[in-house]
Design a protein around this ligand. Sequence first.
Ligand SMILES: Cc1cc2nc3c(=O)[nH]c(=O)nc-3n(C[C@H](O)[C@H](O)[C@H](O)COP(=O)(O)OP(=O)(O)OC[C@H]3O[C@@H](n4cnc5c(N)ncnc54)[C@H](O)[C@@H]3O)c2cc1C
Length: 392
Amino acid sequence: MIRTADVVIIGGGATGASLAFQLACRGVTRVVVLERRFLAAGGTGRSLGIIRQLYPNPETCRMVLRSLRVFQNFRDLVGGESGYVGCGALIGVSTAMRPTLEHSLEIQREVGIRAELLKPEELARVEPRINPSGLGAVLYEPESGYGDPTAVTLGYAGAARDRGVVIEQGAAVTEIRVEGDRVAGVATENGERIDARVVVNAAGLWAGAVAALAGGALPIVVGRHPVFIVKRGAAFGPPHMVYLDLAGGAYVRPETGDLTLTGSLTEDESRHPMDPDLLGGEAGFEEAAEALERTSRALPSLADCRYQQGYAGAFDITPDWMPILDESPLRGFYVAAGMSGHGFKLCPAVGELMAELITEGRTTINRAPFRLDRFAARRPGGSFVGSFLGSS
Ligand SMILES: Cc1cc2nc3c(=O)[nH]c(=O)nc-3n(C[C@H](O)[C@H](O)[C@H](O)COP(=O)(O)OP(=O)(O)OC[C@H]3O[C@@H](n4cnc5c(N)ncnc54)[C@H](O)[C@@H]3O)c2cc1C
């Protein structure tokens, strides 16, 4: 059977669901989301959901602040729950990184983000359990914290459905149809054909494979990022804040039931490519031991935590660790992928920006840092830590 739609979105993760909602809110009702497995089956369902607001450029700072406001008011603005917990976030840097952090703080303030620079000795007033040695400064973001990526995706999907969007799960796109210089629609593994003049690649970790269906390529590497779950000891006390130790290379994010999610901030994940279909596989004991050593250096009272489990996560990483939000060279075929580990905290603003781009051809937030052609203009080099501060 051949159907028609105004927009087909490939991928039912946080990005695809947010965009579907935003299009429907702008009156584009003939929207079909095709998800090859189930909603949030990809990177979204494995995400830590950390919301921090430190970025090296004003555009991404604006997007994360806008997204934070949506998470904080999700029930009213979208519907459903975002799971937002505003426990606060601390970001520790070395003395060498301090000048870059100060510059980023200026950008945060210009944009309206609440943030404060602490000296290491001032940490005790905010979170005395963090080890200040090796730190040159600490950024405190009182409104940051974490949310629930699966709940957010389901909230957006439910609200989009209420506005007429069709969401099909178990519907893998296997063909992208092209007519002349523009996209003409898709076909699925179920033998369905949907004709549409706009198709969006929101396939996250599989975005490269989806681009290839249209004969294109994206500068995206799928890089492994293992996550470890530990149980805090009874003596630990109340839950900690989100802490990102850029100097020591560790992070912690509290979870319910005395659990902490932790991992490393030292690796450049793009040097550890992973088959995205291995997402969620078990992590090795040795890599867990190495990461937990760094974690307990950052937060010594976690030294007696009990290891529960580890799993392989992965990021869709661009060369500069910033998303690609653009129309591809094939007219009508858009890309919202390469989220580089930021796709949850940015998903409300990404949905808005992409919906503006598709319906109006322009965006409120300057799209320059997210354009596809930026990689041709310069030789980008990035890292996860660099996506906080930029290069010094
Ligand atoms: C371990 C881990 C920790 C993270 N931590 C954070 C964090 O703390 N904060 C933060 O902001 N971000 C974090 N992220 C990143 C963030 O979660 C992701 O960037 C975001 O969820 C990606 O959403 P997405 O919709 O773009 O992609 P995905 O969630 O990967 O969704 C893409 C969807 O496309 C579907 N698909 C693929 N191919 C096809 C096809 N051919 N046809 C139809 N459907 C298809 C997939 O099944 C998948 O459901 C983390 C990610 C991971 C894995």
